[in-house]
Design a binder for this molecule. Structure first.
Ligand code: NDP
Length: 499
């Protein structure tokens, strides 16, 4: 009797423990999927890739190196922010092996290394690695091979998958934030800092990113005020120490941002409330740089893969496998603790090693790879977007052209530009006649940018028979760009990209 009561108590205690663990871990707990994995199923499919990596940041590209190294044909899908968040930082001083290196150079080095290995492991003149400048819009992980839809309308079948989709900067959710987005409100000092020359700006947040943004802005802005909601900063002491080297940077503690104020020209100020005195004041500023953390980009797979309460992908243990067999994850989308490029890279390596081991365990080998042969997916060739580097080129190619000319004005460091680039690239592939696409890098051709009155990137300019007929500031997705271009088609009869 006593024993059975004890057992009951133990049982209810264990039940309660299980429920509380589930509660702590969050409600997004899809049942563990037992996907049927039979190699023969792959032979009926088209567009097969043994290893697909979604995301091209430090985690995704490190995984790519090890995918190729493991002699597995690998496809990296760039996603909406090619290169990931490292492309938004400036100098990185804690990337192992480099005293100081630009975030973009880390990404470039990783991509170069995987590309070189891909050529080395070349089979039948096809590189062992390919990069797709597109995004995955939906993933069906209930079937194997896993089915992935691209925004370009293709279906790719993956024998194994690494989700390295990173995390997206958080927003404050205060009035004025959306209204003045990209009209003074931004999350990227590297991209937008030069537009705030000799102006006053605020950085919101108390972490390492806030410190980095403030230091980046000190190169351009007149005064930078960092607004911290607590009495101290969360940033590492070594990072905070850098702030005192910049007389133009000051920090205000214990303040909440209530509202972002502006007019048709953009942001003119921020309304802040002192958490102790409750006094509300307005700081006159032209720029608001948000640096308040990130949200994991797990929406694509959340229906199938277990995530925690904040959306971070839950891993099985010391390896990188998710709750779906054959699906792995690496980087900021699964790491809520360390969130460092070096850690993401290490996790990417682990994920690729795990994926290669998984493929071996299901019978994938050189014979199977050869049998898949013609069913393997190949990235289609790139269309033509011509680069304009001088005013002379603009005059001959655009002003003297009878037809529609679309100019994408961009900078390599700007994330919105990186998002827009593949959209324009795809549009150029679809077009046959009557329309030309051009790209102007405002860093490479500042004189031309000035002639075109481009003071913000990305910007899209449309010329008809040499005359400017439209200007759009900001990024667009494929559907938005197709709608934007629709109004010009009736005039020229030009073939436009499908919405
Ligand atoms: P963190 O999550 O570390 O910091 C976010 C900051 O924003 C915190 O100070 C937080 O305040 C504040 N915050 C959050 N929400 C609000 C809000 N609604 N209003 C006002 N303030 C808010 O994010 P980071 O992006 O700074 O850093 C992420 C990770 O990346 C960290 O691990 C960091 O170390 C790393 N990193 C490393 C760098 C480097 O080593 N060079 C550079 C940049 C980032 P509170 O403190 O009150 O929670």
């Amino acid at each position: 009797m006593k024993t059975s009561l004890c057992k009951k108590i133990k049982c209810s205690f264990l039940g309660l423990l299980l429920i509380s663990v589930m509660f702590i871990q969050g409600c997004d707990r899809p049942p563990r999927r037992g996907v049927s994995i039979v190699m023969e199923n792959a032979f009926d499919k088209q567009n097969i890739i043994p290893l697909v990596i979604i995301g091209s940041g430090a985690a995704g590209l490190s995984a790519a190196i090890y995918g190729v190294w493991g002699n597995v044909k690998t496809l990296v899908v760039h996603g909406p922010l090619p290169g990931g968040l490292l492309t938004q930082t400036s100098l990185v001083e804690n990337w192992p092996g480099s005293r100081s290196i630009l975030g973009q150079d880390i990404i470039k080095n990783l991509q170069d290394q995987s590309t070189n290995l891909g050529k080395k492991f070349l089979k039948n003149k096809v590189s062992a690695i390919e990069f797709l400048q597109d995004t995955i819009t939906s993933a069906d992980l209930s079937q194997w091979p896993f089915a992935l839809e691209t925004s370009g309308g293709e279906t790719i079948h993956a024998l194994s998958l690494i989700v390295a989709t990173g995390a997206t900067p958080k927003m404050l959710g205060v009035p004025g934030e959306q209204e003045f987005w990209k009209m003074g409100v931004t999350t990227c000092a590297v991209c937008d800092g030069p537009f705030y020359k000799d102006k006053n700006v605020v950085v919101i947040g108390g972490g390492d990113s806030a410190v980095e943004e403030a230091i980046q802005l000190a190169r351009h802005a007149k005064n930078i005020t960092v607004l911290v909601r607590k009495e101290s900063m969360k940033a590492a002491p070594s990072m905070q120490a850098h702030l005192s080297e910049y007389p133009s940077i000051k920090v205000i503690y214990s303040v909440d941002v209530q509202r972002i104020i502006g007019d048709e020209s953009g942001v003119t100020g921020v309304e802040i409330k002192d958490a102790k005195t409750k006094e509300v004041t307005t700081l006159p500023v032209s720029g608001v740089f948000l640096a308040i953390g990130h949200t994991p980009n797990s929406d694509l797979v959340r229906k199938y893969v277990q995530t925690d309460a904040d959306g971070y992908i839950v891993l099985k243990g010391r390896n990188q496998e998710t709750s779906v067999h054959g699906v792995f994850s690496a980087g900021d989308v699964e790491d809520r603790v360390y969130r460092q490029a070096g850690v993401a890279s290490g996790h990417g390596i682990q994920a690729a090693l795990d994926a290669v081991a998984f493929l071996t365990s299901i019978g994938f080998n050189n014979d199977v790879a050869a049998k898949l042969g013609e069913s393997l997916y190949r990235v289609k060739g790139e269309g033509t977007v011509q680069v304009l580097e001088s005013i002379d080129e603009f005059v001959t190619q655009v002003e003297q052209y009878k037809g529609l000319a679309v100019i994408e004005c961009m900078m390599h460091e700007c994330p919105s530009c990186i998002m827009l680039e593949p959209v324009i690239q795809r549009a150029a592939q679809h077009v046959t006649e009557g329309i030309r696409y051009f790209r102007v890098d405002t860093n490479v051709a500042p004189d031309l940018a000035e002639k075109l009155f481009v003071y913000q990137v990305p910007s899209i300019l449309v010329y008809r028979d040499g005359t400017l007929v439209a200007r759009y500031n900001g990024a667009m997705n494929d559907a938005e760009f197709a709608v934007f271009m629709e109004k010009f088609s009736s005039v020229t009869g030009a073939a436009l990209p499908a919405a």
